[in-house]
Design a protein around this ligand. Sequence first.
Ligand code: ADP
Ligand code: MG
Length: 267
Amino acid sequence: MIRSEKLTRRFGDVTALDQTDVSIREHAITVIMGGSGSGKTTLLRLLAALDIPTSGSVWFDGDDLAQVSSKRLYELRARMGMVFQYSALLNSLNVYDNVAFPLHEHTKLDESVIRTVVSMKLEQVGLRGFEHLMPSELSGGMAKRVAFARALAMDPEVVFFDEPTSGLDPISAGVVTTLIHDLTQKTKMTSIVVTHDVQAGLAIADHVILLWQGKVIAEGTADEIRQSTDERVSQFIEGRPDGPIPFSRSTTPYIDDLLHSSGGVNS
Ligand SMILES: Nc1ncnc2c1ncn2[C@@H]1O[C@H](COP(=O)(O)OP(=O)(O)O)[C@@H](O)[C@H]1O
Ligand SMILES: [Mg+2]
């Protein structure tokens, strides 16, 4: 359904994503894992047609996202939902209006129908009855679930999640993770979850893609990833500070950074 081919994205001289080939399984949860700066968000944004590759392609249902007309892109985007890292709720709108927002923007449904849809979506994330609350009155976990409900409003086939549990306490994180798992099964949607939370990621993944420095270094079921003999994979899974994955991605020698940032040494 969604597939990337030699997908590359550069920002200046940083290659955030390097010739990446991935395939997203339909009606399943694909978890994209990797350390900070490994290219997870970059890959997610490209798959969701929110960014344009430097080279390579993303195929969505037979269309190359970089080649389609803006009308077709609009149609394809309507089939995708997005839950951003920082929930991105509209602060001046209450929960009801946040969830109703895509319906007001993209449909001509009567308010009575919209009201029913919003109720159903809030019920799915366990927040029916909280319609009147403002984003500032929500806990982090509730805000994520409202963002989730909003992403579901248009009944998307594919939902993209960027770090859905980051900044949440363990219980709220568990609630969100379980919701992603259960709703993917119940609604037969396709979920793509970016996370650096190894245990949560492995727990819900049907398919895992592990990135390192913009490249896929391992792929498979959670068990296959756990049993990998690749040192980089086991270092990441076990969260060990020492191993082939360097602590810092910087390629400038440390001494150069120090000399540069202090404006040079006069001695
Ligand atoms: N808009 C941008 N401008 C410049 N550099 C970027 C931008 N987005 C990402 N990068 C760089 O690309 C690399 C991968 O980033 P990202 O995909 O955000 O990683 P992750 O989500 O795995 O932490 C990092 O080195 C990051 O600094
Ligand atoms: Mg990121």
